[in-house]
Design a protein around this ligand. Structure first.
Ligand code: MRU
Length: 345
């Protein structure tokens, strides 16, 4: 496994009061390119192509995108158009619609000063997300610390749920980083085909955090868990239904099944803004189906026969009964039931 000295991670998003500067995550780990966004259309496009990604960060970016849009054109039609463009950028992460609704409500409540009301609301959303990251990391680490064997532990994670996916330390990876502050932790990072957020982003973060890690292909994970290679699986989440069913990066369901079979905890962590109490179960969660080209190719190289039909669901749904703990800034729901979820939502 690899570790090294800690290096600060550049923030994935920086607001200067008028413009949103985002680290283009499609370029990582090769290049740290910062791009400037100025309204709803370019922010929605950045979200769509995953320059800005991770459910909580998508919410924060969308809030600023809509605030910038109405600062330019402080009218209700501009608000409605910008909200529709942003909300339609990606369907699965709850935070996107949630943030757009909050900015819309702030605008409608202050029709005489839409620009400053929406800017203040976006800043409040970012501050709250950062506080949520810190609190949920502590709750998740507390829950795991209480049940993990003493001594060094190995934790498996999937996709990227760290400082690139949220404000502050992140969600699932934030829990792991908090645990690593308390005891020796090794991380097994799944690569997350097709867009490789694990290989490109989680490894980049783990290096900077100085946490020992090894990268694996997604298909290796269940067998490694069965063989006892990790003592817990920790991920983030994109949307959670009222009964605790969890939508997260495709491949999470298989990890949860394997963790359950191996008798180890599967923890899903994120801010309460990802919980969607309007949906009774995960059956109602819309799963984003992305372009077939992402499956046919990797790093620009064709992997199969041109034109091969592909399926490319970006997320899957893990049933609540496989989730050992559902963690938000309000605490850890355990066991995961409609009642415990309501308490952390
Ligand atoms: O498609 P992405 O990269 O936006 O996917 C989001 C994820 O990285 C994960 O599903 C994550 O666990 C939830 S966001 C912290």
């Amino acid at each position: 496994m690899t570790a090294g000295p800690r290096v600060d991670t550049p923030p994935p998003l920086r607001w200067d009061g008028a413009t949103l500067h985002v680290l283009d995550q499609t370029r990582l780990p090769g290049e740290e390119l910062v791009i400037a966004l100025s309204g709803a259309d370019d922010t929605a496009a950045a979200i769509k192509r995953l320059a800005v990604r991770g459910a909580p960060l998508i919410g924060v970016a969308a809030a600023y995108g809509l605030a910038m849009e109405v600062a330019r054109t402080p009218t209700e039609p501009a608000l409605e158009r910008g909200a529709a463009v942003l909300a339609g950028a990606r369907p699965t992460a709850r935070n996107l619609g949630w943030a757009v609704e909050r900015i819309g409500a702030a605008a409608l409540a202050h029709p005489d000063d839409i620009a400053s009301a929406t800017r203040a609301e976006a800043e409040a959303i970012e501050r709250a997300d950062e506080a949520a990251s810190a609190a949920l990391a502590r709750h998740g680490a507390d829950a795991l610390d209480a049940v993990l064997p003493s001594g060094p532990v190995t934790v498996m994670t999937h996709c990227n749920s760290g400082a690139l996916a949220a404000s502050g330390r992140g969600t699932g990876l934030g829990v792991i980083a908090e645990l690593a502050d308390r005891r020796e932790v090794h991380v097994l990072a799944c690569e997350a085909r097709p867009l490789l957020q694990g290989a490109r982003l989680t490894v980049w973060e783990l290096r900077r955090l100085g946490i020992e890690h090894a990268l694996l292909v997604d298909a290796a994970a269940p067998g490694l868990l069965r063989g006892g290679a990790a003592q817990a699986v920790v991920t983030g989440f994109d949307r959670v239904a009222a009964n605790g069913d969890v939508a997260n990066k495709v491949g999470t369901y298989g990890l949860a099944l394997a963790a359950h079979a191996a008798g180890i905890p599967f923890v899903a962590a994120g801010p309460s803004s990802s919980i969607d109490l309007r949906l009774p179960t995960g059956a109602g969660i819309e799963i984003e189906e992305r372009d077939a080209g992402e499956v046919r190719a990797a790093a620009g190289a064709l992997l199969t026969i041109e034109g091969t039909p592909c399926r490319n669901p970006a997320f899957d749904v893990t049933p609540a009964e496989l989730v050992w703990a559902l963690v938000t800034e309000r605490g850890a729901a355990r066991p995961v039931t409609a009642d415990t979820v309501a308490r952390v939502a």
